[in-house]
Design a protein around this ligand. Sequence first.
Ligand code: HEC
Ligand code: HEC
Length: 234
Amino acid sequence: MAVVTDKRHRLAAARFIACLIALFGLSRATVAWADSPPDGATIAHQGNGHGVAPCMACHAADGGGMSAAGFPRLAGLPQAYLRKQLDDFADGSRADPTMRPVASALSEAERDAMAAYYSRLPPPSAVAPAPPTGEAAQRAQLLATRGRWSAGLPACEQCHGLGGIGVGEHFPPLAAHSAVYMANQLHAWQQGRRHNDPMQLMQRVAAKLDEADIAALGAWYAAQPATPAKETAP
Ligand code: HEC
Ligand code: HEC
């Protein structure tokens, strides 16, 4: 009997020690993580080592994007907007076959780090050398600044700011996005692939635009500077 009790004591002691070791290990892991939170610049240039390709492969080293391919600029976009898009790609409310695997393989902390990193990079200058001319220019300017009230379409500026430079954290800039990317987004809303917009604000807007509007607006905003002219002047 005495031997059995002794064995039980030893077993309990061994379990207690195993518990302590596990706890110690866990706290060490937590401390290690706290010492080195994910680094946005490293992931942007080298990937995260867990299946995420370097962002710069598509969004360029300066975060300016690649216009012709429809890879958007990330540099200078609002931090909360960037963070939300990564969640939206991962949960499919913004369905994109290229970004879904990327966003899904980023941890919460890595998504935070990427949003912080890109929001702090200086935005690129306009991606098109000159705005459209003639009919396209008139059409774009009217839609951007006044809307089309006969069709219940508000001006883009009302939410996206003067010149499309963006308003606060949740109305992203349109300036310095390529015409290809703009068209991809407007089509994605029309076709229901992107339905991550609060109160369906953009689904309603996109539904009222035709192909000529989309082409004109894309060319127009691609030529707008990402920051107002007075701020970029030397
Ligand atoms: C293989 C190419 C590729 C890689 C690598 C890639 N992206 Fe993207 N990214 C895209 C494409 C294409 C889009 C546009 C998707 C669409 O049309 O909706 C996009 C869009 C985005 C957007 C939305 C921008 C906006 O204005 O709404 C964010 C944010 C983003 N990517 C972040 C990242 C981050 C962070 C990384 C690296 C961890 C990364 N991407 C790596 C191709 C890529
Ligand atoms: C009533 C407010 C409102 C109006 C008016 C509006 N937008 Fe938006 N737009 C939004 C919001 C909000 C988002 C961000 C959605 C999200 O969180 O993904 C957005 C996002 C966008 C994006 C995506 C940007 C990116 O980086 O992916 C494009 C492109 C866009 N809007 C184009 C337009 C155009 C063109 C017009 C005018 C014809 C317009 N919007 C008018 C509210 C508006």
